[in-house]
Design a protein around this ligand. Structure first.
Ligand code: ADP
Ligand code: MG
Length: 178
């Protein structure tokens, strides 16, 4: 098994239409929780080269706040949290936005299963990828994509119940303990 795979990188801006757009299709309501995806830089994709498949993965992630910025986030936001990660080419959006063709690249986006009070662009994120859920699919509707993300989150949480995965929550790769 290629897992666990250790990832780290500074959270980058995406196309600005990612998870929050999927959270509320009508008006881009940034308060809708649950579907934002934080993008990792290209270098951090390298460890994933050991797995050939694009698609959806699960594991744990942590937003790492520099000590001087510790007050910016409540402690519950800086815990080790369950995540689902998409590794792929974002096929849904390549059809929707012509501009995306020009910037189309292999993307690695992590959705942390936690409601954050605010964004954490520029912060370091660490993640341990523990398993594969499904291949990348081409969606014809936004609703179908949203449904599948919800299903992925349930699958991930079920998998992480197992002690052999659960132990990674305590892994020294993450900072501060839990
Ligand atoms: P982008 O196109 O920049 O990826 P998104 O709408 O997907 O835009 O929002 C991603 C950003 O939302 C992340 O970079 C992060 O700062 C913030 N965010 C808030 N809550 C979460 C969460 N639960 N998981 C991941 N990112 C989150
Ligand atoms: Mg995103």
């Amino acid at each position: 098994s290629p897992f666990p795979i250790f990832l780290a990188g500074k959270v980058q801006y995406g196309f600005g239409r990612g998870g929050k757009d999927l959270g509320c299709p009508t008006d881009n309501d940034r308060t809708t929780p649950g579907r934002s995806t934080a993008n990792l830089p290209d270098e951090s994709i390298t460890p994933m080269s050991s797995v050939a498949n694009t698609g959806v993965y699960y594991g744990y992630a942590q937003v790492v706040s520099p000590p001087d910025a510790a007050a910016a986030f409540p402690p519950e936001d800086l815990k080790v949290l369950p995540m689902v990660m998409s590794l792929g080419w974002n096929p849904f959006y390549k059809n929707e936005k012509l501009t995306a063709w020009k910037t189309l690249t292999r993307a690695q986006e992590i959705h942390i299963m936690h409601e954050f009070k605010k964004d954490f662009y520029g912060y370091e994120m660490r993640a341990i990828v523990l398993g594969y859920i499904r291949p990348e699919l081409d969606y014809t509707s936004r609703e179908a994509l949203i449904d599948d993300i919800e299903f992925d989150k349930r699958v991930a949480l079920n998998c992480l119940e197992r002690p052999e995965y659960r132990k990674y929550e305590q892994d020294p790769y993450f900072t501060g303990g839990v």
